[in-house]
Design a protein around this ligand. Structure first.
Ligand code: WTA
Length: 650
């Protein structure tokens, strides 16, 4: 199991319970646990009720068609995701409400009302059409955290094009692979963005990718502005400035009536092979569940100012910056940059300045705040906050309690939300007005969702693998271009039961404790990275013969990347090479995948059948006593590695 044993022990010793406060309950959407029972009795009727909160062009004829492992939700229904996020709100008092309040890292600001955002999205939808984009075509989006990212996503949705957002921190090669896999026709990028005061040159990286992406006909380049000065080369006929195209585009663009099961987007995520998987999400079920969870989990009210600190390049940004909150008609704060720029008070300053009421972030960020000290948040007025959220990895009780005290001032409930790119929306979470919370537990499944803990044989146990035994509206529909991999990865462990790849325990109250990945996927600072991806990047270097990558516990990032590398005959394993390899991985995948430790090893521990024993490498990287080595081909290899590792670390 990927999670460190000490952390799990700490989790299970955690007995504090925080019931919802009277003050919070007094105005919460959900204050009675009856919703759980209602949803359990008739989940289809329950989800249909949620779907009716959206606006449909044509009604569905059947709520669910389940032919395992394929589900269709709201069969025959027609709707448009962008229409539900924008047009729907123009009819009433939300017309002039701030939809998106954006602040760039240098401090530049932009505010879009629902009216403004509808206009910009409609214009960009026309731009895409003018570039030949049709229903079903794929559009790649490689942007910093600027409003145009949301505009481009919604513009795709408006005309029925499928977006594939690639996180701006990914390398040119990662971008290229994702463009090629999805056969995207158009790329939307920017000259660059800001990160810790420094410009990040995105178009330059895109240019490298574009040398090998024949499917791309047109590239739209946003000028970030705000004093950003990075050189951009525009290729005649292929590259166009966003502002030039927008200046000529009409603001009238009808929203296409999409089938509930038409694709909304593809989002790539890491799996257990070297090749990322294109997770496919469709329209009706996805919109229904992101809408429902945004409203109830964050207890969203009309006057809230909601801030999710994720990047739109990840699923959290898709579901809880764009589709969920905008579908609910919320005012959403979007921030471009780092939490420690120009100083470590930036997030708290933003909360004070805009009066943020709901704040959704990741445990890795909370642990960094803890390290930076309580003085920073204490300097700012955080009294507008009324609810805090956590997502992306297990939150250690210590960080939970710190968050509760120093950010929430003991007043704000914390929703620890478990979900994945594949699930599309939140699955296990407290409802803040009714469910008592426990530091480190994501508590119970959202109403209408089922979850269990099973062993390999599929029997219910207290400690084992998390399992989702029934289809849910926002579930992934397949892996783009590889339905067999979809079946294998998620549905082959137990018959007709979804396997998320996480370890879990369930306590006496029925609360779930998520314990991290049980497959070869790492969770580094809340980012999913496949060990195989990092290994392929390493062996791609001419000096490397073989590489094995494991996660080791890290106080700040949850997991850090430890790589064991054997070099080729005649290559000197030097510090310079170590640096070069780290850089090489950053160039192949992105800086988030740069290994923290690289240990040069003469041999890697293997079973007699030649399989690398990662468990042993994890033990070594985490400085633990070695477990059972009797199945090893050559036990001496491990003892040697262990002493080498300790020498290096010591
Ligand atoms: C982990 C992010 C414990 C988990 C939304 C999952 C969590 C993976 C939690 C998905 C949580 C996410 N508690 N673990 N509250 N939230 N995870 O696809 O291992 O980037 O499988 O989606 O993150 O990561 P992904």
């Amino acid at each position: 199991m990927a999670a460190p044993e000490q952390a799990i022990e700490a989790l299970l010793l955690e007995h504090r319970v925080f019931p919802p406060t009277e003050e919070f309950r007094a105005r919460a959407h959900v204050t009675d646990t009856g919703v759980y029972e209602r949803a359990r009795r008739d989940p289809e009727a329950y989800w249909a009720e949620w779907a009716r909160e959206l606006e449909w062009f044509e009604p569905w004829s059947q709520v669910l068609e389940w032919r395992p492992p394929h589900a269709k939700w709201f069969v025959g229904g027609k709707l448009n995701a962008a229409y539900n996020c924008l047009d729907r709100h123009l009819k009433g008092p939300r017309r002039n409400k701030a939809a998106l309040i954006w602040e760039g890292e240098p401090g530049d600001e932009r505010v879009y009302t629902y009216w403004d955002l509808h206009r910009e999205v409609s214009r960009f939808a026309n731009v895409l059409k003018s570039l030949g984009v049709r229903r079903g075509d794929r559009v790649a989006i490689y942007l910093p955290m600027i409003p145009e990212a949301a505009i481009a996503m919604l513009a795709c949705a408006r005309i029925g094009a499928v977006h594939s957002v690639v996180f701006g921190g990914f390398s040119a090669e990662s971008l290229r692979d994702r463009i090629l896999d999805a056969e995207a026709r158009v790329l939307v990028t920017a000259d660059g963005g800001f990160r810790r005061g420094r410009p990040v040159a995105l178009k330059e990286a895109a240019d490298v990718a574009l040398r090998e992406t024949p499917t791309i006909r047109h590239v739209v380049v946003v000028k970030r502005g705000g004093g950003l000065d990075v050189p951009v080369r525009m290729m005649e006929g292929r590259d166009h400035w966003y502002h030039d195209l927008m200046a000529e585009a009409s603001a009238q663009c009808p929203a296409e009536a999409m089938d509930a099961e038409d694709l909304l987007y593809i989002l790539y995520t890491s799996g257990t092979t070297g090749r990322p998987k294109g997770i496919v999400h469709t329209t009706g079920g996805y919109m229904t569940q992101v809408h429902a969870t945004t409203k109830w989990v964050f207890d969203l009210h009309e006057e809230d100012l909601y801030w999710c600190t994720a990047d739109v390049g990840w699923v959290t940004g898709h579901s809880y910056i764009v589709y969920g909150p905008l579908s609910c008609g919320a005012s959403v704060l979007m921030y471009e940059g780092a939490p420690d720029w120009p100083d470590r008070g930036r997030f708290w300053r933003l909360i004070e300045k805009y009066g943020v009421t709901i704040f959704y972030t990741a445990p890795t960020a909370i642990r960094a705040f803890m390290r930076w000290g309580t003085d920073w948040p204490a300097r700012f007025d955080l009294s507008t906050l009324r609810l805090l959220g956590s997502v992306g990895e297990p939150i250690n009780p210590e960080a939970w309690v710190w968050y509760h005290e120093h950010i929430g001032h003991g007043r704000c409930p914390i929703v620890d939300t478990w979900w994945q790119t594949e699930t599309g929306a939140i699955m296990i979470t407290p409802l803040p007005g009714v469910v008592p919370t426990k530091p480190g537990s994501a508590t119970i499944p959202f109403p209408g969702i089922q979850a269990e803990v099973l062993n390999n044989e599929g029997q219910k146990v207290r400690s084992g693998f998390l399992a989702i035994p029934a289809p849910w509206p926002s579930m992934l529909r397949t892996i783009w271009g590889d339905d067999e991999r979809y079946r294998q990865t998620y549905w082959s462990k137990w018959p007709d039961i979804y396997f998320p790849g996480d370890g879990a325990k369930i306590d006496d109250d029925g609360d779930f404790w998520l314990l991290g990945r049980v497959d070869d996927v790492l969770n580094v600072a809340g980012h999913r990275i496949g060990t195989m991806e990092v290994e392929s990047a390493l062996v791609d270097h001419p000096a490397v013969a073989e590489a094995a990558v494991v996660g080791r516990a890290d106080e700040l990032k949850g997991q850090a990347i430890a790589a064991f590398v054997t070099v080729k005959e005649g290559v000197e394993p030097t510090d310079t090479l170590r640096k070069e390899l780290r850089q090489h991985v950053a160039e192949k995948i992105g800086a988030i995948a740069r290994p923290d430790d690289i240990l040069f090893a003469a041999d890697l521990p293997k079973t007699r059948s030649g399989k690398i024993m990662r468990r042993l490498l994890r033990d070594i990287a985490e400085g633990r006593a070695l477990g059972d080595t009797t199945t090893l081909a050559d036990p001496a290899v491990v003892a040697r590695l262990k002493s080498e590792y300790e020498e290096k670390e010591g």
